[in-house]
Write a protein that binds this ligand. Structure first.
Ligand SMILES: [Zn+2]
Ligand SMILES: [Zn+2]
Length: 302
């Protein structure tokens, strides 16, 4: 699975998100297979469905044709009609398929998603001579399934989680050893982290609690926290806290929103032995909220 900014698709488990750019209005990502195939997805917001998806696909292929001409390589392409996916039947919108062939082969789908109101172009590209038609069909059909309306799937580097769509991505770090996603809305902030190489390095000579006290909790500046160990499927701990008086006075602006940090924090951290990784979720909020636990339960760590 790969997911970014509310656009997600089902890829084989050993394929990895390698490039992201843009935002939810207009953006791009690429997922690479371990061998020479990749899927590229680009999207842009369009409040109304385009009159003619075929024409849009032809337009797109024309830009590729021009690029091929410049490089003096052959290019042939075809646009095909496509059966509506269950999501299209559900939310409206529609799509057309396309293929092109030059120094590489591609199967693509251009769709207008009735749920997220975006024009999305997805294509699976591989070296010529490799038959990827079957795999491409299942990957392309899974774009914009939106199985859980109101929640966006974010999936990359062995992290897969659903996040309420009102929380917007503010910052991210994507490395195989460390992934961090920071989201914010008008009222709250959510930080999701995943450390790789856990058992080998981070937890070799210390417990999860010791690691948390040394490495994780100091990252939560300005909050008076208390933590407890939790007994569930993993070695895990939970913490809650309140913003200290000092920070209330100094109250740093919260990211781009220019709002003071919310009063409460709640979080979870756990070591997943099966995937050999540490995961942590913390939620800055006002009033009561159980979002940190809900997010924890939504992370498919193994
Ligand atoms: Zn969509
Ligand atoms: Zn796990």
């Amino acid at each position: 699975m790969a997911g970014w900014q509310g656009v997600s698709l089902r890829t084989p488990p050993d394929w990895n998100l390698v490039a992201v750019s843009g935002d939810e209005n207009k953006g791009y990502f690429r997922v690479d297979s371990p061998t020479s195939a990749a899927v590229e997805v680009r999207w842009s917001i369009l409040q109304k469905p385009p009159d003619n998806l075929n024409a849009r696909a032809e337009e797109y292929l024309e830009t590729l044709r021009k690029a091929a001409r410049k490089r003096k390589i052959s290019f042939s392409a075809k646009v095909k009609s496509r059966k509506p996916t269950p999501a299209e039947e559900n939310f409206g919108g529609g799509s057309v398929g396309f293929t092109w062939r030059s120094d590489k082969n591609a199967y693509g789908r251009l769709l207008y998603c009735g749920y997220c109101k975006r024009l999305v172009i997805g294509q699976v590209v591989s070296d010529s001579g490799r038959d990827i038609s079957g795999l491409s069909t299942s990957i392309l059909s899974s774009i914009c399934e939106h199985e859980e309306p109101g929640w966006n799937v974010w999936a990359m580097y062995d992290l897969q989680v659903s996040v309420p769509d009102k929380l917007k991505l503010r910052r991210h770090t994507l490395m195989s050893s460390f992934v961090e996603l920071e989201f914010a809305s008008r009222k709250d902030k959510l930080v999701i982290q995943r450390w790789g190489l856990a058992a080998n390095t981070l937890l070799k000579k210390q417990s999860l609690e010791e690691w948390a006290d040394k490495v994780y909790m100091p990252g939560i500046a300005g909050y008076k926290t208390s933590r407890t160990s939790e007994d569930d499927a993993h070695k895990s701990l939970m913490f809650t806290g309140k913003r200290g008086v000092k920070t209330t006075l100094l109250s740093l602006p919260m990211g781009l929103m220019g709002k003071p940090l919310p009063r409460n924090i709640r979080g979870h951290a756990w070591f997943c032995e099966e995937s050999n990784k540490i995961y942590a979720v913390r939620h800055y909020h006002t009033g009561e909220s159980d979002l940190a636990r809900i997010i924890k339960e939504k992370i498919a760590c193994h």
